[in-house]
Design a protein around this ligand. Structure first.
Ligand code: C2G
Length: 131
């Protein structure tokens, strides 16, 4: 069983997230998503439209996601990889190089980010639609 892990906020789940998750799942047989908690988002300086529970519900509805765990800190990745016996760590390439240090424990790979779509744009469209 080849286990893959990825991390993120995944707010207002969209095409860019889904492509990343599909590609991540294609690297193995089991995909774990470490989902940023609301507190961790605050520390990342990110405001999500959806709560952790709602974002978790969206991810768990996806066939390619096998397990969703909370991401509470920047430095839990090392212990997560050991704890969940992860073979591959992957992220979008807006993070390229940032997590190469995990290469001592598992494969590290980055996928091209999907252009022109983001939770920020969706949030802006939602707020202007309600004005
Ligand atoms: N992503 C993508 N294409 C987009 C938007 C996002 O491929 N148009 C990818 C990002 O590269 C990331 C994942 O989808 O790998 C989740 O994106 P975010 O929810 O924005 O995650 P982020 O805030 O970057 O959190 O410890 C790592 C952090 O928690 C990453």
């Amino acid at each position: 069983m080849r286990r893959v892990i990825t991390y993120g906020t995944f707010d207002t789940l969209h095409h860019g997230h889904i492509r990343l998750l599909r590609r991540a799942r294609s690297l193995g047989d089991y995909l774990i998503v470490a989902l940023s908690t609301d507190d961790f988002n605050a520390r990342k300086g990110k405001t999500a439209v959806l709560s952790f529970e709602d974002r978790k519900e969206d991810l768990e509805a996806l066939r390619m996601v096998d397990l969703v765990i909370p991401e509470r800190t920047w430095d839990q990745k090392v212990s997560d990889i050991d704890l969940y016996q992860v073979d591959v760590f992957t992220m979008g390439d807006d993070w390229i190089g940032k997590f190469d240090f995990l290469g001592d424990q598992c494969e590290v790979t980055y996928f091209p980010r999907t252009p022109l779509i983001s939770s920020t744009q969706i949030r802006k469209a939602m707020s202007s639609a309600t004005e």
